[in-house]
Design a protein around this ligand. Structure first.
Ligand code: ATP
Length: 221
């Protein structure tokens, strides 16, 4: 599905990611690693938010940036980075309008996804008045209405209380789409299909979650 070949990311004279070669087909992939190891940079490559200094990233065989952007959605740690319009309904419609969908088609898509996540009642609210949990659900729904095949989550529960954290995690677990989740919630990632461990810009562990996570914990001790 998505494939990284000899990918390197440099910023100034710093090498942030080194020689990343990986193919992902699994439905649920977790990414772990210490602060500053390169997880966010890796995740941002998936939908073209970050460009590799060298190497290639392809989605279903295509290396076109527009295919990455169209097929892979990205949910930020802080939903304020992603919600741009003052009213929830406008914000959810923004990407769909750019896709030149009809008004009816836009309304139908938004109605379907907001109902699925029980946020229909938020449609007319001002985005800046929403709670953190509501904002994060709006950000997720804003990505889902675009019907991506894969969704990348960069520590999406960091700002949430326990209740909203569980609600969002249930929502993520129930998604039909392929999910790549950066998280420090190791118990959750043990239920995933695959976990990738990044250290100092390299993949140092990759495979069955329990084995990769146990090795990660052992290295921290
Ligand atoms: N624009 C930049 N210029 C220089 N260094 C950068 C830049 N962006 C990121 N870095 C560095 O790259 C490294 C990896 O950053 P990244 O955000 O990918 O790490 P991370 O694993 O997601 O960290 P965290 O868990 O703290 O969010 C860090 O050392 C960071 O300081």
């Amino acid at each position: 599905m998505i494939s990284f070949s000899k990918v390197v990311v440099e910023k100034g004279d710093r090498v942030i990611l080194r020689d990343i070669n990986v193919e992902l087909h699994e439905k649920r992939v977790g990414i772990i690693g210490r602060n500053g190891s390169g997880k966010s940079t890796f995740a941002r490559l998936f939908n073209g938010l970050e460009k590799p200094t060298s190497g290639t990233i392809s989605f279903d065989g295509s290396t076109e940036p527009k295919d990455l952007r169209g097929k892979v959605g990205f949910v930020f740690q802080n939903p304020d980075n992603q919600i741009v319009y003052p009213i929830v309904g406008e914000d959810l419609a923004f990407g769909l309008k750019n896709m030149k969908l009809s008004k009816t088609a836009i309304e139908e898509r938004i109605a379907e996804v907001t109902a699925r996540f029980q946020i229909e009642h938020l449609q007319d609210r001002l985005t800046h008045q929403l709670s953190g949990g509501e904002r994060q659900m709006v950000a997720l729904v804003g990505v889902l209405v675009m019907q991506p095949q894969m969704i990348i989550f960069d520590e999406p529960t960091t700002l949430l209380d326990l209740w909203n954290k569980r609600r969002l995690m249930r929502a993520i677990t129930d998604l039909q789409e392929h999910v790549v989740l950066i998280s420090h919630d190791l118990d959750l990632l043990r239920q995933f299909d695959r976990v990738i461990h990044i250290e100092a810009g390299r993949i140092v562990g990759d495979g069955e979650p329990n084995a990769v996570i146990d090795d990660y914990i052992a290295r921290s001790e």
